[in-house]
Design a protein around this ligand. Structure first.
Ligand code: NAD
Length: 361
């Protein structure tokens, strides 16, 4: 039997509640797919700061590095806002994890479950069946480029500086992820940049084109200006399969697309590095306003686990089953964030029950 080492970091707020439901889905995969999960629980964020004085201890980091996949809940809460030193705030634990694992590829699906198509701000026919995968470069670009800072100008006044900077190697490694993903999906990549006004965009387009011709000619590649991509996402989002883009444009475009598909409680994500474990986490935060009340929607966390099955544990069939079970559960039950008339309102555990029931039938 294959055993996978999983590091589980529930974190703060609703993290522990939603990860409890993930554990139930993991148990189902163990029972039905002949694998075993060796799970090590760890602390991250505010709870780690309370226990260890740091938001991610060296020991937890070492455990995470040695695992096959890392499943995280969420970090943060008002009790730590402005109350702890900047480098010890909950988010610093997550940033350290991403940096130490060199997680440069952020994968964010924007999928519209049929049952939720009416909850979108766009018309049902425009979003029903939507299935886009964003591949966003996460470790470079304008958020990290030097020079940066705020400086005084000699003649008075100030200037704020950030630098968009990408090397060919950085562009090639993220493009490779996008093309590989497209091969497992509908075989199409749109690469979004601003080659019309930015040299970093010109290089991006050249390198993507070269890699495509050399290694991925079977994948259909189209280049699109990032501003046009934003327009097309709200006009005709179903034209996209994989969208490859940089850190800044990916931040904006994936958030906009995510909101086409319903609630924050539904959105999973994965961050991958070169060979090491991937980090799987919901897009939402720790939702302190509803923590501990059995109100949180566990679907984003469960779909993040499905991504771990697909991308780190080579169990695409189990991932398909989990996603189908989520879709089926949504036909009858809803947590408060996605509630609509005619459905049964359930809590975090009730949504877990419905997904488990769907998995077992
Ligand atoms: P949030 O995502 O935690 O919550 C925003 C709103 O969405 C809230 O009303 C919340 O109740 C609701 N919501 C979020 N997830 C939900 C779920 N699964 N089910 C039902 N409703 C859900 O964002 P916020 O309120 O801006 O931030 C709260 C804390 O989370 C802050 O400390 C912030 O720094 C942190 N945060 C952490 C992460 C992360 O861990 N990756 C991401 C974003 C925010």
């Amino acid at each position: 039997m294959t055993t996978y080492n999983i590091t589980m970091l529930p974190g703060d707020g609703i993290g522990p509640e939603i990860m409890r439901e993930v554990k139930r889905v993991m148990a189902w995969v163990e029972e039905t797919h002949g694998v075993s999960f060796d799970v090590t629980d760890g602390l991250i964020g505010g709870c780690a700061y309370e226990a260890d004085g740091v938001p991610l201890s060296d020991e937890t980091l070492a455990t995470a590095k040695a695992s096959d996949a890392i499943l995280m809940g969420a970090v943060g809460g008002p009790q730590w806002d402005g109350q702890v030193p900047y480098d010890k705030r909950p988010e610093a634990g997550l940033l350290r994890l991403r940096k130490e694992l060199d997680l440069f590829a952020n994968l964010r699906p924007a999928m519209c479950f049929d049952a939720l198509a009416d909850a979108s701000s766009l018309k049902r026919e425009i979003v029903a069946g939507l299935d886009i995968l964003f591949v966003r470069e996460l470790a470079g670009g304008v958020y990290f480029g030097e020079p940066r800072g705020i400086e005084n100008l000699p003649g008075g006044g100030r200037v704020g500086i950030n630098t968009q900077r990408y090397t060919d190697a950085e562009i090639i490694r993220i493009s490779r992820v996008a093309f590989d993903m497209a091969r497992k999906r509908d075989g199409r990549v749109h690469s979004a940049e601003k080659a019309n006004v930015m040299e970093a965009g010109v290089l991006w387009r050249e390198e993507v084109t070269k890699l495509h011709a050399a290694e991925y000619a079977d994948v259909k590649l189209e280049h699109i200006l990032a501003d046009n991509c934003a327009m097309q996402l709200v006009k005709a989002p179903k034209q996209f399969d994989v969208i490859l883009t940089d850190n800044l444009f990916g931040d904006l475009l994936s958030d906009a697309a995510a909101m086409l598909t319903g609630s924050l409680g539904m959105l999973p994500s994965a961050s991958l590095g070169d060979g090491g474990p991937g980090l799987y986490e919901p897009v939402h935060g720790s939702a302190p306003d509803i923590a501990g009340e059995n109100l949180a929607n566990p679907i984003a966390a469960i779909l993040s686990f499905a991504m771990a099955l697909r991308y780190s544990l080579n169990m695409g069939d189990a991932a398909d089953q989990v996603e189908a079970a989520v879709s089926k559960a949504l036909d009858s039950v809803r947590t408060g964030d996605i509630y609509a008339d005619g459905f049964t309102r359930v809590g975090t555990d009730g949504m877990g029950d419905a997904i488990l029931t769907a998995l077992k039938h």
